[in-house]
Design a protein around this ligand. Structure first.
Ligand SMILES: NC(=O)c1ccc[n+]([C@@H]2O[C@H](COP(=O)([O-])OP(=O)(O)OC[C@H]3O[C@@H](n4cnc5c(N)ncnc54)[C@H](OP(=O)(O)O)[C@@H]3O)[C@@H](O)[C@H]2O)c1
Length: 371
């Protein structure tokens, strides 16, 4: 198991290896975020969600992650359920042999969805019952839609598995994966109670040095209207973390899609801080929480689909470049994640990092704010 975690000196050392990218502003510190503000983090991170569940894709991800680290990416994102734990293991294979030191990298993963171990077992239902329910890891009454759980015993179990898959002693950012899934099944006060217990358990894991900070990664929750059943109110969630651990709480990172196709984090004032209605990005900045944007290419759909004026305004040659430039240039966004299982994509996408961020006027002119 590799010891350590991302540190100021490690991430500064990493960025110093890429003077051209550093000069262009590719590495930035989430200055407003306690426990993370000292880190230099790349504006583009590598995601490992999509792809076949096979050995060829494992190998491609390992090569892509290697290429990413060699090209100036120090934010690595996974989830235990991505490709049935195989994406975490592909990252683990890189961490085992890379020359790059552990303290240079921000390693992030998620737990919440039940997953198989590498392949689909002969009897999937029986596998989950024996492995999780009968073993007392997933309390039956806390399993939602047959696939989601955020009970403390389950999160702790998944964290230990992720540490093993990644081959590290500490994960920098540990997210609860799409907790809004639970709001389809349980009332909001039950949901809040589950979050409170989850946060208390994760604070214990911080104390045990298995994680540095924790957070919530979502697809819908932070983008919805306030009236939606699965809407998430960031200030309300931060208040729960505050109840659990006071000002020193470690609920310090969130993830949601942010792209030309899903710009709500900036464009929609669906959050509230005090009496003010604000966007998610503003709320997170004021609450001291880092925002990591996911799916910068809208899961590949933006590549080859953008109108010419978007490329022109962002001064980019290709659609993928323009989409990545848009995502990483959002104010108060720490890192834009791009899923890349091919090193060729890493090579082309990282060209954007040699350029300064988009100018705010040009960036804002691309969409209109919704209220
Ligand atoms: N709820 C959540 O927590 C959540 C949800 C979604 C995503 N995420 C995270 O965010 C990461 C990024 O999102 P995503 O992977 O869903 O979507 P994405 O980044 O929008 O798109 C990834 C897809 O784009 C392709 N691609 C990359 N560069 C390209 C290029 N230059 N030209 C054409 N195609 C290109 C990739 O292909 P190759 O694989 O062939 O390189 C992959 O199929 C995920 O991997 C995951 O880590 C989190």
């Amino acid at each position: 198991m590799v010891r350590g975690h991302a540190s100021h000196s490690g991430t500064a050392r990493f960025s110093a290896r890429f003077p051209k990218l550093t000069a262009a502003g590719h590495f930035r510190q989430p200055e407003h975020v306690p426990h993370l503000s000292h880190l230099w983090l790349s504006s583009i991170g590598i995601g490992t969600y999509l792809g076949e569940v096979d050995a060829a894709t494992d190998q491609r991800y390992t090569e892509a992650v290697e290429e990413a680290i060699a090209s100036g990416v120090n934010v690595l994102d996974s989830a235990i359920n991505y490709r049935f734990q195989r994406s975490e293991r592909s990252i683990g294979a890189v961490l085992k042999q890379t020359q790059v030191r552990r303290d240079e990298l921000l390693i992030c993963t998620k737990a919440g969805y039940l997953t198989y171990d590498a392949t689909v077992p002969a009897d999937p239902r029986r596998y989950f019952i024996e492995e999780y329910i009968d073993a007392g890891i997933v309390p039956r009454e806390e399993l939602v839609a047959g696939m989601h759980c955020m009970a403390p015993s389950y999160l702790k179990n998944q964290l230990d598995r992720s540490l093993g898959n990644l081959g590290v002693e500490t994960i920098d950012v540990f997210y609860i994966h799409n907790p809004e899934q639970q709001l389809g099944d349980v009332p909001r006060d039950t949901f809040h109670d589950r979050l409170r217990r989850a946060f208390a358990a994760l604070e214990e894991q911080v104390a045990a040095e298995k994680i540095r900070v924790y957070g919530i990664a979502t697809w819908n929750g932070y983008r919805q209207d306030r009236s939606a059943k699965d809407y998430l109110d960031l200030a309300e969630i931060a208040a729960i973390a505050h109840d659990v651990r006071g000002d020193g709480h470690h609920f310090r990172a969130i993830q949601l899609p942010f792209s030309l196709g899903l710009p709500e984090a900036f464009a929609k004032d669906n959050q509230r801080v005090g009496a003010r209605r604000v966007s998610l990005l503003t709320a997170a900045r004021e609450l001291g929480i880092a925002v990591i944007g996911s799916a910068a290419l809208l899961q590949g759909k933006l590549a080859g689909r953008l109108p010419e004026f978007v490329r022109e305004r962002l001064n980019c040659e290709t659609d993928a470049e323009a989409a990545i430039q848009f995502a990483r240039s959002a104010p108060a966004l720490t890192t834009a994640l791009v899923g890349m299982s091919r090193k060729e994509h890493v090579k082309t996408n990282l060209k954007v990092a040699t350029r300064p961020m988009a100018k705010m006027e040009e960036w804002e002119s691309l969409f209109q704010k919704q209220h």
